[in-house]
Design a protein around this ligand. Sequence first.
Ligand SMILES: [Zn+2]
Length: 321
Amino acid sequence: MATIPWLVDVLRAAGVQVVVEGDWLNRMRPGSFDPIGVLWHHTASTSSASNPHPALGICINGRSDLPGPLCQALVDYNGVFHVISAGRCNHAGVSGGSGPIPSGDGNTLMIGWEIDYNGVNQEMTAAQYNASVAATAAVLTRLGRDSSYARGHRETSTTGKIDPSFIDLNVMRADVAAKMAGGGTTWSATVDNATSGRFTASANWGVSSYSSQRYGADYRYAEPVAASDVAWYRFNVPAAGNYRVEAWWPANSGYNSAAPYIVATSSGNQTVRVDQRATGGQWRALGTFALPAGDANRVGVSRWSNSSGLVIADAVRLTRV
Ligand SMILES: [Zn+2]
């Protein structure tokens, strides 16, 4: 196989949003290309809603030390696949071998997605994750390979690459496998403090739009007290199973260093405390929990903290794993 001219059609058939970047069918590195798997990367660029694909130009054109194209597709902040090349690209370097991918020329062996997030203080967005899983499942199906043929660069690299960071690669492969098995979608739902009918808090919780790290238009805040006054997030969990619970808060030095999040699991409430003075403006994992099916208050933020500083209730996300 010298090229993969089917890539755009396969992605679109899987429901992935595609933007074709110029002459992708003829833009490639010289040399062999006979892919058996998919390699996941992050770009190390900071993407945002207003700047969704900061690394696109570099991925097309390359750098002074590495000629482009640098990946077959770039996955932007919104989960859109920008298809750059149908052939060999400079993304993988030497493979040290990982899972079923042998050691050797990584650029021959693998198709690369550069997922555009910085990986240091920015995680992959939910849209990037879901699109990457769907695209990987579709391409591996086309290649006739199972989900173990999807790897992260940090698994195959011989030079200490760390990408893609903030991702459990075994969980991501399991989501690819579920997709390939026809299980369909990776269920995920986000409830923000402004989500109609899904967030409840007493009037003791104020409303603020002070921090630019907020999710959506605003968030709720309250002084810590030794009393139960929980802000609740209601989810309609589709089936009993294991779900990753993530929270988003704006960070500020005046916020609480041990804000208690309550997860109502299949075996009772569990509390996870987070430091809301740091790591704001992004999804942070509270853990993976067994949850029962049904529509109920599933995650809460309690004011009952012994630490000083405002307790923040902004957004919560559940994802089936
Ligand atoms: Zn990489």
